[in-house]
Design a protein around this ligand. Structure first.
Ligand SMILES: [Fe+2]
Length: 420
């Protein structure tokens, strides 16, 4: 029995048993061939709106999304952006945001371009307000073999079918300017992101050009129309959104890569971060950003030593303490580390809890433990099961973070309780 036949047999069996919702759809999911990689992207409030994106090689007369609830169908015209990256054919990226949605409701949507259309795909809104939810956090999906990422998403997304959204905490692809990486990545992502909202985070690899020098992240910014941040210099570089009782803040840690090309990213984010945090009334404030607050064995310019707090840590940690951030989730080092409240001064006024996780892809690093800060480190001597991900379980009082390996083994669990 070959693999394709086996997967088809599994699919038929799941459908016969009434578990069809667990099956990934094909990337195009269309009766035609022009509509590629449909995906739902996170919006400011995923209980009430959603952004739908897709790619196409052509510019049709009409491009729109139809949203169905019962017999009522609403239509939303799409905007497009043309992107031509090295090694690719050039693609139009289409996007539109469907709004005025009712929380805790099942919709269906389909994409239409002239005479072509996708199948109806599910779009489910969260309950909103402070309703409990779960979410999946991946990191570092960069791959040389994308079938590995596909298998990882297959196994883990089916393990948690009710996740409100999933995020990848940076380094989505190995090179952000080569078209083939984005084509392969979006082909793998689409079966899941077409039915579960996706929250992207920009990593340093999204800022590498085809010649491996630093470049502006055109591929990332075109692929993901994330919520607006009000910036004219750095739109789509950083953003925030709400889910249940949590306010998520997606920061950009790529100062080193981008300052020579477009300076000012760190200073602009600090101003935005303070305003964004203070405007939110949500119980939990959770930061997602790619690079970690510890340097491990990397040399830190200006400090005269290796390791300790990284340049990214020095750039943000004081602000996190001052703004009452509860949890900071990072990637970049391709391993799991629990560091607790690094700057805990007293129990009633501690800084955020810091957790690093990943990878989701096939790039394996060996990272020495930080003997001062690491409380729990995943063993790295198991070459076959080093991939890991986080499950967030959130309500208005409790926030649980569970790190699991691909096979489901729990590596660590952190429980935070709201005290304010
Ligand atoms: Fe990285």
């Amino acid at each position: 029995m070959n693999r394709r036949y086996f997967l088809r047999l599994c699919g038929k069996t799941l459908a016969a048993l009434g578990f069809a919702h667990l099956l990934p759809v094909q990337a195009a999911a269309a009766s035609g061939t022009a509509i590629r990689t449909p995906r739902q992207i996170i919006t400011k409030d995923i209980a009430r709106s959603r952004t739908i994106l897709w790619d196409a090689p052509e510019l049709p007369a009409t491009a729109r999304v139809e949203l169905r609830r019962g017999d009522a169908v609403r239509s939303f015209d799409a905007a497009y952006e043309w992107l031509d990256l090295p090694g690719g054919e050039g693609l139009y990226h289409y996007h539109t945001t469907v709004g005025d949605l009712t929380p805790h409701t099942s919709y269906a949507y389909r994409i239409r371009m002239d005479m072509e259309q996708t199948d109806w795909l599910p779009l489910t809104t969260e309950a909103g307000d402070d309703a409990p939810f779960s979410a999946l956090i991946y990191a570092d999906s960069q791959c040389s073999d994308f079938s590995i990422l596909q298998n990882f998403l297959d196994v883990t997304m089916q393990r948690h079918p009710s996740a409100a959204f999933f995020a990848i905490d940076g380094d989505l692809v190995d090179n952000g300017e080569l078209a083939s990486y984005w084509t392969n990545f979006l082909d793998v992502l689409s079966p899941y992101a077409s039915r579960t909202p996706f929250a992207p985070v920009m990593g340093n690899h999204e800022c590498y050009g085809a010649d491996w020098n630093n470049t502006l992240p055109k591929g990332y910014c075109s692929a993901f129309a994330v919520p607006e941040n009000g910036s004219t210099r750095f739109p789509r570089y950083y953003y925030s959104f709400d889910c249940g009782a949590a306010h998520f803040i997606v920061l950009n840690t790529q100062f080193q890569e981008l300052d020579g090309l477009r300076p000012g990213l760190h200073a602009e984010q600090l101003v935005w971060l303070k305003a964004d945090c203070r405007a939110s009334q949500k119980t939990w404030k959770i930061v997602l950003m790619h690079k970690d607050v510890l340097a491990y064995d990397e040399w830190q310019p200006g400090t005269g030593h290796d390791g300790g707090i990284s340049d990214v840590g020095n750039a943000f940690m004081a602000a996190f303490d001052a703004l009452g951030i509860d949890l900071v989730l990072t990637g970049h080092m391709h391993t799991y580390r629990n560091r607790g409240h690094i700057f805990a001064k007293k129990p009633a006024n501690h800084g955020p809890f810091y957790i690093m996780s990943g990878p989701a892809g096939d790039q394996r690093y060996h990272v020495p433990p930080d003997t001062m800060y690491d409380r729990h480190a995943m063993r790295q001597d198991n070459a076959s099961d080093f991939r890991n991900y986080l499950v967030l379980d959130v309500d208005s009082r409790k926030l649980a973070v569970t790190c699991r390996q691909e096979n489901g083994t729990i590596i660590d669990r952190v429980n935070l309780e709201q005290s304010r």
